[in-house]
Design a protein around this ligand. Structure first.
Ligand code: PLP
Length: 424
């Protein structure tokens, strides 16, 4: 089913774009080599480029488009809000409605604040954790990605790892001296680091499923052990559920694995595809945020009415239609079939994933960052291009997760499996 992909218009756009926007892209993960396709439109499970090529999309804007693109229910909610105005700079009933819904799904969240991105959410959560505990250090997981703010760009996953720059120049060493690193799925090393630093350790921030170098799953019991360890040592546990929130289940990874952190960050899906971030937690912690407390945080676009309206429509629809049951069973099917293909072809690859997240890892199954780095990155990139030529758009990096949406039909899935068979 390989088709002739002509990318003339995208190539021309790239030539122009790179004179105006560094690398021709607004975010590094989009910089496909030799040049990315530039998108004209997207609908359901399909994304279309400037040259009129159409691809089945498993990148899904890196996670938010859980219902597929341009979903009529979300679109109607945004349109309705547009008629009432899209930015007020004053509080709205919408925010209270969405806050109540989110808190209802996440037992770790008594109170929350809206921000505009996942980056802001983790930045604010960490500041609050430090303000609340009056301690300075925090632990992040090697290869974990929590956005692009200074304190977390250390051994960071996602584009930082893809581009080989997990530690960014431009961040003074002093700014990251309180950022400690621990390998994922290794409770012994974690225990040592926690116990050694506990007097000045505010928090442990972790993606419950490592989504930005994987997906890499927690080993059985790992998250529960992390919970116990942090509790025993007075360290706040922050689950960064920017990817997993409303993806694994309505209550995210904390519902899926039955582990309740002290604080949670959300983004992506919770805004229905419009910019949003959320950080929330126990009441006593959240009440330390200004204006009720002294820890400062603010934003012109925080709680942006269209994002909030889209988020409410998204959550209601996910719940009413029991979308996760469908998504997760499509994910199971996809992983089972891909495992068979990999086995039949006699390839030394691994199918990873959970719920509606999946990936073929070009190597043996990784359990942490160091193991993930051993994969065949170049082999994956060549495969990515073969898949694109077959009409399937996967995230352009071995380290990014593939997502399934509710818009992916059986026909899409079968076509995709055929493409895997042809191109692996
Ligand atoms: N946290 C996680 C787990 C993420 O995957 C991301 C982005 O991919 C972020 C935080 C940052 O979110 P944003 O890109 O909205 O700033």
């Amino acid at each position: 089913m390989t088709f002739e992909v002509t990318l003339d218009k995208s190539r021309q756009m790239y030539e122009k774009a790179k004179t105006l926007i560094p690398g021709g892209v607004s975010s590094p993960v989009r910089a496909i080599k030799p040049y990315p396709f530039y998108t004209a439109s997207a609908d359901g499970s399909k994304i279309r480029d400037l040259d009129g090529n159409e691809y089945i999309d498993y990148c899904l804007a890196y996670g938010p488009a859980v219902l597929g693109h341009n979903h009529p229910v979300i679109k109607a909610a945004i349109k309705e809000q547009l008629d009432k105005g899209w930015l007020y700079g004053t509080p709205t009933e919408l925010e209270v409605t969405l806050a109540e819904k989110v808190a209802g799904y996440y037992p770790s969240i008594d109170m929350l604040r809206f921000v505009s991105t996942g980056t802001e959410a983790t930045m604010s959560a960490l500041r609050l954790a430090r303000g609340f505990t009056r301690k300075n250090k925090f632990i992040k997981i090697e290869g974990g990605f929590h956005g692009a703010h200074d304190a977390v760009l250390v051994k960071a996953g996602s584009g930082a790892t893809t581009l080989g720059e997990p530690d960014s120049p431009g961040i003074p060493a002093d700014f990251t001296k309180y950022t400690l690193q621990a390998p994922y799925n290794d409770i012994e090393t974690m225990t040592t680091i926690v116990e050694k630093n506990r007097d000045d350790l505010a928090a442990l921030i972790i993606e419950p499923v490592l989504g930005n170098i994987g997906p890499i799953l927690p080993l059985p019991g790992y998250l529960k052990e992390i919970r116990k360890l942090t509790k025993e040592n007075d360290v706040l546990l922050i689950f960064d559920e920017v990817i997993t929130g409303f993806r694994l289940a309505m209550g995210g990874a904390q519902e899926f694995f039955g582990v309740v952190p002290d604080m949670t960050t959300l983004g992506k899906i919770v805004g229905g595809g419009l910019p949003i971030g959320v950080f929330g937690g126990r009441r006593e912690i959240m009440e330390m945020i200004a204006p009720s407390g002294a820890v400062y945080q603010a934003g012109t676009f925080s709680g942006s009415p269209c994002s909030v309206a889209a988020g409410i429509a998204m959550l209601d629809y996910l719940k009413k239609e029991d979308i996760h049951a469908k998504l997760n069973s499509t994910g199971d099917y996809m992983r089972t079939m891909l495992s068979e293909i990999v086995e039949d072809e006699g390839l030394d690859y691994t199918v990873c994933g959970i719920a509606s997240m999946f990936k073929i890892f070009f190597g043996t199954e990784p359990h942490n960052y160091q193991e993930a780095l051993k994969c065949d990155k170049e082999g994956y990139l060549a495969f990515f291009h073969r898949m694109l030529a077959s009409g399937v758009f996967l995230p352009p990096s071995q380290f990014e997760t593939n997502f399934i949406s509710a818009a992916h039909s059986e026909e899409d899935i079968e076509k995709t499996l055929e493409a895997y068979m042809e191109n692996l």
